[in-house]
Ligand binder design. Sequence first.
Ligand code: OXD
Ligand code: MN
Length: 625
Amino acid sequence: MTTDVTHETQDVQDTPELSGTPTTNPALLDWVRRTARLTQPDRVVWCDGSQEEFDRLTAQMVATGTLIPLNPSKRPGSFLARSAPGDVARVERRTFIASRRREDAGPTNNWREPDALREELDGVFTGSMRGRTMYVVPFSMGPVGGPLSLLGVQVTDSPYAVVSMRTMTRMGSEALAAITEGTAWVPGVHSVGMPLVDDLGRTRPDVAWPCNDLKHVAHFPETREIWSFGSGYGGNALLGKKCLALRIASAVAREEGWLAEHMLLVKVTSPQQRVFHLAAAFPSACGKTNLAMMRPALPGWRVETIGDDIAWMRPGPDGRLRAINPEAGFFGVAPGTGWSTNPTAMEMLREDVIFTNVALTDDGDVWWEGMTEEPPAHLTDWRGNPWTPDSPTPAAHPNARFTVAATRCPSLAAEFDDPEGVPVDAILFGGRRRTTAPLVAQAGDWSQGVFAGASISSERTAAAEGAVGELRHDPFAMLPFTGYHVGDHLSHWLSMRDRVEHLPAVFSVNWFRRGEDGRFLWPGFGENARVLEWICGRLEGTAAARHTPAGLVPAPGALDVDGLDVSPADLAELLSVDAAAWLAEADQLERFFAPFGAKLPAEVRDHLALLRYRLDPPTGGDLSV
Ligand code: OXD
Ligand code: MN
């Protein structure tokens, strides 16, 4: 057994008391000690977040084959990781919410009784780090010490998770220093679940991407803990992201009166230099990163990035909802990101990136579907096999990712690091819908906006396991991320009315509507600025709208389509609300809401009834009186 004892490294067997650690916080030391006793690593390393540490860990992963260094003249400071083929996405079936009462987890979560789950976890974590190093990773979600931020500590036996956490959070000594005695922090235990030494002391060789077929991504919102076993991938392994910043934080937010949501955050500046901050919720892999980094096709408009995935929004002292992006980097979907769709992201990805499950070019660079129009003649695909354009499978996995620091983003807003956050002017809800949902519709008021958020549905993508393309309801794009009962989530949103004096306006958007011939009716990407222009016009009271049963849509002529190749018939279809399709939607929603039972807020039920009434008013009466 190697024993590399520095002030940050302890050999567990020899120094069970973990003396000489970079913290004296007894609760933290006690938790690290207990976790080490359970998981039995060979070593414990306290991470400081330094460049030296990053270089050491990446060199180590290059040596073990976990990382492939990319050609420094093509992609400086960058690496490619290839996951095990069975560990490529979030595992929703194995994501658990433990709560004393089943009804606190609700019908959309996999509920577990806390004691039973603890026992199960004790079983799988016993000895799970044998032969490996346990890294202690202190981090802050949001600027360290900020009034909207939360602290966490992840222990993990995955150096890939460590270096990714360094990019995705404020990780290291500064966060550790903030975790003083008595300070609240969220503990997260992560193990890839492949010990190198078994119960009988027999060793086995390591592999490039260790993981386990059995996976658990477990949350205890009541005690604010996370336990993740068996996966090294993305949201399963980088515990600051979905586990802390959404599932645990949503429960904390409910208790404390704020919102932790699956939303991008942007600053939009009009040609008149008016500034608006928009938060937008879309299900995974529906273009949040593209919208967050949009280059408006309309002259004079500017979109600057604050966040691309998560927003924490608290009532501010100014009576507004103030939002931060709690993350420090972007873990974006690579396929579909290209010079024509998201040039800002392409610039951001020039250096210092960890790519996972993309293809490797023959000259040591990366490629994925949608990066360029013409694929290279020859590649090595995400599984490490030779690939040509005639190959029957994609070169990159559809959920291939890039991990890159936010500071690399050329469109990053100066407010990104502001601990006080930005005031939110509008909230957008969207999904990937071929039919039914119009390009844009404004909710009449907050409660109709909450109904719009509750009604999001979208075609499934590759970000999670499951059949791609199938329609699923995804309220607030939080279906896999709300750490408590989905019905209580709706009530909590409604209750913001009593906490925030100047509430944001709410809009629904759908960039993905198609004609009967299957063609996209709207060009999307930079042209979505036209929709943002209308939204900002609504905020300023200058853009005209017409009523439909699904909300207010642009009045004829109010959406600027000058110079666009969108025919008047296509535009009419994009803004149409088809009564038959919406009545069918209402039926589906009613079925989806049924298991919410008594937790479905009466106001949401009323909005469903009102929607039906507007779509199909009873005949025979005079509705004008
Ligand atoms: C993500 C997701 O990784 O939503 O952001 O799946
Ligand atoms: Mn996401």
